[in-house]
Structure formats: structure tokens, C-alpha cells
Design a protein around this ligand. Structure first.
Ligand code: PHE
Length: 376
């Protein structure tokens, strides 16, 4: 290589070495390899050379250009790595810092969530699974498969919200109850050969066009379903009594069945639970008054058949209870509408401390907000 080219190479390599940030390195690159850069200028001199000179110098200059480009690339990588290391050091976050002392008292679990957890814990202890279904439901699952044919008055009875979107030529609905989950779960169980027998609850949101002190357009239900070869009404009654006693944390609680009608159960019964009033307070499990807390019955064989189950072999019971109602009764909130107004003052008063997961072992509600804040 000519002496000039050697010197140029040494100079540029030194400059690359000295560049201590991306901008400086870029300046070196432009000065050498840019359109008007020194290496580019050298390459241009090839045009004025004789063929012999060009044959010697051409490869040499090209090697020079490649050497410089490679050195710049290597330096760039080094600078980037250094920048990243510096940034990581600067932005260190000490994850071991303690949260402030009362953080666990800040947030609140909504009473509906609390009650859903309690309900699930109690039924899980009795061997029930938890099933789910969609809020936006087809009329097939919400009505038809539950033995509520088209034009049946029960479709009006439910004050249904109809959607614009359709499925199979019929408007979808916001489910009016959790009973469609009965059908969905039984069909799934059939398909996966995981049942019958079935034993599950299905808690979730439900919707009806209704609003007053004890009704909101969106509310919560918990469905229960047991299907087996010998399931009978005695099982239903015991299940409900055991659930209510555990939920209200009393020794015993009497329930009463009142004849009723649901297209998907036969016979059908309203569930009343024993209670009485002590001044403003509602006391459950004692007294001679009754309060309705849900509907129930023996699963109508039509529903079993809709789900593909042999109704000559299997029978079962179903029930549906209002979760919000249970929450109001247990925790004494008088107005259902306040449940869904997202008022922080209300939530602070009626809500639960998040670190306390309800369970049968640790007690369900005895670690309520009052106990905890007074212990504070
Ligand atoms: N789905 C009924 C309702 O919402 C309640 C119910 C469920 C009744 C299961 C009987 C059996 O009114």
C-alpha cells in the first residue's frame, strides 16, 4: 500500500479509537467513508491512474475501505454495549424496598367479589366444580334449551335485553340468568366424556331491564346443578341448608320450599330461608319469618335431553340464587343500586381487605373490615 494510504489508515483508526460516543464515531465515519470523506477521495484517484497502477492500488484501497468500515462497526457495537450498561446501572430499581406499612388497608374487595369467593369456597368444600359461560348469550342457551320455546311468556317475563348482533338469524341477548351455563356445561361434559354425573356451580353476571332499591339492570346469580342417577329433592334441600348455614355462619338454618314454576325444572320451588328481625337487624337461622333467596327444582327432562343426556337414566336438581341479595343480607347493605355506583366512600365502608382470602379453614367473614381496622 502506498505510504499515503498507510498513513491515512493509521489516522482514521486512531480517530475511531478516540471516539467516545455515537456522535463522535459518526463524525469519523462521515469524514472517512462519506461522499466527501478521505477514503472516498482516495478511491476516486483510481480513475486518474494508469491501468497498471490501478491494478495494484484498486485492491489495496478497497481493503483500506473495508478495514475502516469494520473498525467503525466494531466500535459502534462497543459503544452501544457501554451505553446500555451505563443505562442499566443508572435505572436500577431496588425491588426489595418494603411497601409502606398500611398498604394492605388501601384497596378494597367489593362485597360481591367477597361473596362470590365465599360461595365458591363453600361449594368447593362440598365437591362442586365452578363453571362459567358468556354474558352475551344466544337465545338457544338462554331460552330454547331451557325449555322456554319461542313466544313463551317467560321470554317476556325476564325483561330481556336484546342485542343488535345476531346468531343463526336471532338477536343475541344479555343472559337473563345463569341457567344457560347448565346446558353449556352439560354439553361440554358430554363431549369430553367427563360427565354425567355433574356437580357444579356457575356464578356470574346477569341482566334484566329493571331498576329499583332491590333490582339493578346488571346483577349476579349463582347457579347450582347436580345430575346423577339417583339425585333427588332431599339432596337439594340438604345442599341448600348446608350452604346457607356455612354462608351465614350459623349452626343450623331451616329452609322452606314454596311451589313455583320454572320451565326448566319440574317440580319447581321458591327457596325461603328462616329469619327474623331484631330492630333494624336481620337475624338468619332463627325465628318464624321467611325470606325468599332463590329458585330451584328438579331438572326438567327436556333440559337434560337438549344437553344430550339420557333422561331415563339421569335426573338432577338445579337452583339459582341472587349473589347481591346474599351480600346485602350478610353484610347489611340496604340499597342494591349503591353496589354498582363505584362510590369510594361506600366501598371503603362495605369493602373487604384484599389480603384476606375467604376460606372455610380461616373463617369466611370474621376477618371483616371492622375486625381488621380495629386491630390496626
Ligand atoms: N334461572 C332462574 C331465575 O333466574 C332461577 C332458577 C335456577 C330456578 C335453577 C330453578 C333452577 O329466575
Amino acid at each position: 500500500m502506498s505510504a499515503d494510504a498507510k498513513k491515512l489508515e493509521a489516522e482514521i483508526l486512531a480517530a475511531i479509537d478516540a471516539a467516545d460516543d455515537a456522535a463522535a464515531l459518526e463524525a469519523v465515519r462521515v469524514g472517512a467513508l462519506g461522499k466527501k470523506g478521505s477514503v472516498s477521495a482516495l478511491l476516486k484517484t483510481l480513475g486518474g491512474m494508469s491501468p497498471e497502477e490501478r491494478q495494484i492500488n484498486g485492491p489495496l484501497f478497497n481493503v483500506l475501505r473495508d478495514t475502516i468500515a469494520a473498525a467503525i462497526g466494531a466500535k459502534k457495537t462497543t459503544l452501544e454495549a457501554a451505553a446500555l450498561t451505563a443505562r442499566l446501572a443508572e435505572e436500577t430499581l431496588d425491588m426489595t424496598l418494603p411497601v409502606h406499612a398500611d398498604a394492605q388497608f388501601e384497596g378494597r374487595i367489593h362485597p360481591v367479589s367477597q361473596v362470590m369467593e365465599e360461595v365458591a369456597a363453600i361449594f368447593a368444600d362440598m365437591g362442586f366444580d365452578v363453571a362459567e359461560g358468556p354474558d352475551i348469550e344466544s337465545q338457544f342457551y338462554n331460552f330454547t334449551a331451557l325449555n322456554i320455546p319461542e313466544a313463551h311468556p317467560a321470554r317476556q317475563m325476564h325483561d330481556t335485553f336484546y342485542m343488535q348482533a345476531e346468531e343463526d338469524g336471532e338477536p343475541l341477548v344479555l343472559r337473563t340468568h345463569t341457567s344457560p351455563v347448565q346446558v353449556r356445561t352439560m354439553m361440554e361434559g358430554q363431549a369430553e366424556k367427563s360427565g354425567p354425573p355433574f356437580r357444579f356451580i356457575a356464578p356470574g353476571r346477569t341482566y334484566r331491564c329493571d331498576s329499583d332499591q332491590t333490582h339493578t339492570p346488571m346483577f349476579h346469580q349463582v347457579e347450582g346443578l347436580v345430575v346423577d342417577e339417583t339425585t333427588h329433592m332431599g339432596h337439594l334441600k340438604h345442599t341448600l341448608e348446608a350452604f346457607l348455614a356455612a354462608f351465614f355462619e350459623v349452626e343450623n338454618i331451616a329452609i322452606r320450599f314454596r311451589p313455583s314454576y320454572f320451565p326448566f325444572t319440574e317440580p319447581s320451588m321458591e327457596i325461603d330461608m328462616q329469619c327474623h328481625r331484631d330492630g333494624d337487624k336481620l337475624v338468619v337461622g332463627a325465628g318464624d319469618e321467611w325470606m325468599e333467596i332463590g329458585g330451584s327444582g328438579m331438572v326438567n327432562p327436556h333440559v337434560l335431553r337438549h344437553a344430550g343426556i339420557d333422561a331415563d337414566k339421569y335426573q338432577g336438581f338445579a337452583f339459582g340464587m341472587g349473589i347481591d341479595r346474599l351480600a346485602m343480607l350478610k353484610y347489611g347493605a340496604p340499597d342494591l343500586r349503591a353496589f354498582f355506583e363505584a362510590d369510594l366512600r361506600w366501598l371503603k365502608h362495605y369493602g373487604f381487605v384484599p389480603i384476606d382470602v375467604p376460606g372455610l379453614a380461616g373463617g369466611l367473614s370474621n376477618k371483616s373490615l371492622t375486625t381488621l381496622t380495629s386491630a390496626k
